[in-house]
Design a binder for this molecule. Structure first.
Ligand code: NAD
Length: 374
């Protein structure tokens, strides 16, 4: 089975789908590996590292045409998908709710598309869970970037020249990114408060030494997959009212609130931003899916008239491409290894396995995932 890793083509993408140690591992399992020249360059892996690990360096078109499995990080250009052989496979982030064209391109080309966003959030699939491995780094980076932009420091400092009070950080949305943001801000000495509509996270927030902000917005709960349910407009208003005071007294607000498969909820209004002090920082980690903050501009940093800086950079994990690629690559290897058939030295799609049925978007010329067929 030939696995090909093309260079990422989305602008600003610095990650690579497989790092050289993973290449070595897959070759050890019996796979053949080919990589496009420069694929790992932005993540700190020159071609020579891939050659040393046993991969062949191939031209992009040749690699795509001959591969049995193409591994990418970001969605492919739909026009390029048709180059792949019918019956071959592709894996990576595919933006299934935003990019119907790409899904159709995979179906039309007869490719089995394993969509990373749809890997079930189950214990067994945790090691293949790209959303978690990358969100973890994004949560860390949100705090690091905000700290660098802030006009004050995070920890309390008692010095002969006086005492500096710790900064206050408010995290909205306590999933994978939010938990890492709490942990990072705590490590840097900030006082941290957090809120999520899923009441189950209260204990996790407390265990990290942060305060859980209680806001009564009625029935919320979570889906079977552990995702938040969408709030009604009235509930959003109640949440905003409950958060306004906390935001006003925070130096940094990091929003990570997402609802799977839908636009991110708008949680910070212009009015709430006006209540924050000049010089304070808001990092909107949901910028790419619509933004939690009124005024966020995706992939930009803006300062409001009142002096609040809103950071809307997408995919913050791309700023630590070496670690992000290592994590992503491990996720890919774990997926391949889980379904590896030793006899044929190839990845076998087991349709009785909920990981495959959970993430297989297209197969044999059709869209097969139940979320997109019904
Ligand atoms: P996500 O990126 O979809 O959302 C981030 C957070 O935003 C979530 O915690 C969500 O509850 C919260 N949110 C949504 N609307 C909100 C609102 N109006 N106000 C405040 N917060 C709001 O979530 P995620 O980080 O991908 O994690 C989703 C769930 O999956 C979590 O329960 C997580 O613990 C679980 N998970 C399980 C596994 C596993 O068991 N293998 C792995 C990863 C994640």
């Amino acid at each position: 089975m030939l696995i090909f890793v093309p260079k990422e083509s989305v602008e600003g993408e610095t990650r690579v789908a497989l790092v050289p140690p993973s290449v070595k591992k897959l070759i050890g399992m019996g796979a053949e590996l080919a990589v496009e020249s420069g694929a790992g360059e932005a993540a700190g892996y020159p071609d020579s590292d891939y050659s040393d690990a046993g991969a062949e360096i191939r031209e992009r078109e040749d690699g795509l045409k001959s591969a049995d499995l193409v591994l990418r990080v970001r969605p492919a250009d739909p026009r390029e998908v048709a180059l792949q052989k019918r019956g071959s496979m592709a894996s990576g982030l595919m933006d299934p709710f935003g990019s119907e064209d790409l899904m159709k391109a995979h179906a039309d080309a007869g490719i089995s598309a394993l969509c990373s966003e749809l890997i079930p959030r189950s214990t067994i699939a945790q090691k293949m869970d790209v959303l978690s491995s990358q969100a973890n780094l994004a949560g860390y980076m949100a705090v690091v970037i905000a700290t660098e932009r802030l006009d004050s420091i995070l920890p309390m400092m008692m010095t002969p020249a006086g005492t500096i009070s710790p900064a206050k950080v408010f995290i909205i949305g306590v999933g994978v990114a939010g938990l890492q943001a709490i942990a990072t801000a705590r490590r840097l000495g900030a006082r941290v408060e957090a809120f999520d509509t899923r009441p189950v996270v209260e204990e996790q927030v407390k265990s990290l030494g942060a305060k859980f902000v209680k806001i009564d917005i009625g029935d919320t709960g979570q889906t079977e997959q552990g995702y938040a349910k969408e709030l009604t407009p009235e509930q959003v208003k109640m949440q905003q009212a409950g958060m306004a005071k906390v935001c006003a007294s925070s130096d940094i607000v990091i929003t990570t609130a997402k609802v799977f498969g839908r636009k991110a909820p708008r949680l910070l209004s212009a009015e709430m931003l006006k209540g924050m002090r000049p010089g304070s920082i808001v990092v909107d980690l949901a910028a790419e899916s619509g933004g939690n903050v009124e005024g966020t501009v995706c992939d930009q940093e803006i300062v409001t008239d009142a002096g609040v800086r809103i950071i809307g950079w997408g995919a913050l994990e791309c700023r630590v491409p070496r670690d992000a690629s290592q994590m992503y690559s491990s996720n890919m290897v774990n997926l391949i290894e889980h379904f590896w058939d030793k006899e044929s030295s190839s990845l076998r799609l087991n349709f009785d396995d909920e990981i495959i049925t959970g993430c297989l978007l297209t197969h044999e010329g059709k869209i097969v995932h139940e979320r997109f067929t019904s």
